[in-house]
Design a binder for this molecule. Structure first.
Ligand SMILES: Nc1ncnc2c1ncn2[C@@H]1O[C@H](COP(=O)(O)OP(=O)(O)OP(=O)(O)O)[C@@H](O)[C@H]1O
Ligand SMILES: [Mg+2]
Length: 451
């Protein structure tokens, strides 16, 4: 895939020379001559990286960068400065700039900075699971103790594991615990979210491809199975794979060999498979959406993560855990919940399970005034978030921005409600799955808390 780069500079000569350099290297280039124009471009179509001039009239580079971050765009940004200005550099770094280039621009420096920025982001995305926040499974209730015992028994074996459970119950944490408890723990744990990858890409994503295997395959790329060699591959949302992908994965599991797209020979890999789904695979087999033979391949050791409502005893522990984590990681003030507040929480249905609880704890910490959180605060803040849209609308200037912002918030909310399951969300809001993917790409919507 040719990465898309956004070049932002008020000087036409700089824009055109950068365009020439980058296009020669097969980047796709878009440009903008003002900060505002840049923000609009990013909104409609987030690039892989941004080259951003610091000195521009009106909205300068720093202000543009800070707006980008405020709006949740986290792509790498390389700043272009006129001369070494330490104070500006410090401020830009604080805002999350990845690198600096000084004018006059040198071709090789530009290309290197850009390549590093994009490569680093790719690795970060890939390793998110490994680097992520503490993976502790909190809870002392009987179902949690049983879950932990099963994990401990299964982890050291080479057996394939299938984790089931509703959305937000911690299936990802279970997968990480299994990898961490295995002899493969020093090798990579590679996660593939099968629901998030469009069908036409998943084969090359999983198995890799040779250079020239299809239009756009400009260089050879290794797949996730190869990246996980010696370690564990985590096939998340495995119930969302198409029939075609199911067949390929089955073949890989049966033979221990993979076949990169466009390759003549197969490659042997040593990979332990952990899969997860929130779907009822037996029901999916009944309706013909999931292959029975693949199910039995995956379901060697079944692990079920219980819903929060089946272990409400754990709720106080979980609340403490999240208060502590938000305090340590985000500097939120520690607050205590009254007994009545806890009882109110225990009376709620928790269809979104631990993820929903975590989000509510964060909201409570941010939006309550004092040091204590009471039942009233819970009642007031547990409902749907209001006001967010109204605020966002006031903050934008053009109709286009309004439309994008509204769409972004709406889709983020719906995706959240459906545990970022694209198929389910698309169905619920009455749009084709392909359209939802397209929108997510255009609006840069990605699941945030995939810790
Ligand atoms: N037992 C637990 N202890 C601490 N944190 C938990 C626990 N279970 C879930 N969480 C937290 O809740 C959030 C959701 O968990 P996770 O992403 O693992 O859910 P999931 O089962 O994979 O959901 P989905 O089916 O929607 O992908 C994460 O932030 C995770 O850290
Ligand atoms: Mg998950």
């Amino acid at each position: 895939m040719r990465p898309r780069v956004l070049v932002v500079d008020d000087e036409e000569s700089i824009r055109s020379s950068l365009r020439m350099i980058l296009e020669f290297e097969r980047y796709r280039v878009e440009d903008a001559s003002t900060g505002r124009q840049a923000l609009r471009r990013v909104m409609t179509r987030p690039p892989a990286a941004v080259l951003l001039d610091i000195k521009m009239p009106e909205l300068d580079g720093l202000a543009t960068l800070s707006r980008l971050r405020e709006r949740g765009h986290d792509m790498p940004v390389v700043m272009i400065s006129g001369h070494g200005d330490i104070a500006v550099a410090v401020e830009a770094t604080r805002l999350g700039a990845y690198d600096f280039l000084e004018k006059p621009l040198e071709r090789d420096r530009v290309l290197l900075a850009l390549r590093n920025a994009i490569e680093r982001r790719r690795l970060e995305d890939e390793n998110r699971l490994l680097r992520g926040t503490p993976s502790e499974l909190v809870g002392e209730s009987a179902p949690m103790q049983e879950l932990r015992a099963t994990i401990e028994r299964a982890a050291p074996t080479p057996a394939t594991v299938l984790i089931t459970g509703e959305s937000g119950v911690g299936k990802e944490l279970v997968a990480r615990a299994i990898h961490a408890g295995s002899s493969r723990c020093e090798a990579p744990l590679v996660q593939v979210n099968c629901a998030a990858i469009p069908d036409e890409l998943i084969e090359s994503e999983l198995f890799g491809h040779e250079k020239g295997a299809f239009t756009g395959a400009v260089r050879r790329q290794i797949g996730k199975f190869t990246a996980a060699d010696g370690g564990t591959i985590f096939l998340d949302e495995v119930g969302d794979m198409s029939a075609r992908t199911q067949a390929k994965v089955l073949r890989a599991l049966q033979s221990g060999e993979i076949e990169p797209v466009g390759a003549r020979a197969t490659v042997t890999v040593d990979v332990r498979v952990v899969a997860a789904t929130h779907r009822d695979l037996l029901a999916e087999i009944e309706t013909g959406r999931f292959r029975e033979d693949l199910f039995y391949r995956l379901n060697v050791v079944p692990i079920h993560a219980p819903p929060l409502r089946a272990r409400l005893d754990d709720l106080p522990l979980l609340v403490d855990h999240f208060v502590e984590r938000f305090a340590a990681e985000n500097n939120y003030r520690r607050k205590t919940l009254t007994g009545a507040a806890i009882r109110q929480l225990q009376a709620m249905p928790w269809r979104g399970n631990v993820r929903e609880l975590k989000n509510l704890v964060e909201r409570l910490l941010i939006l309550t005034p004092g040091d204590a959180i009471d039942r009233d605060d819970v009642l007031r803040l547990a409902g749907p978030v209001r006001g967010e849209l109204a605020e966002a609308i006031l903050a934008v200037s053009t109709l286009r921005e309004f439309r994008d912002t509204a769409e972004r918030l709406y889709l983020a909310k719906k995706l959240e409600e459906h545990g970022w399951n694209v198929t389910g969300t698309a169905k619920a809001i009455g749009t084709p799955r392909s359209n939802l993917y397209k929108k997510m790409g255009q609006l840069g919507l990605r699941r945030k808390d995939a810790t």
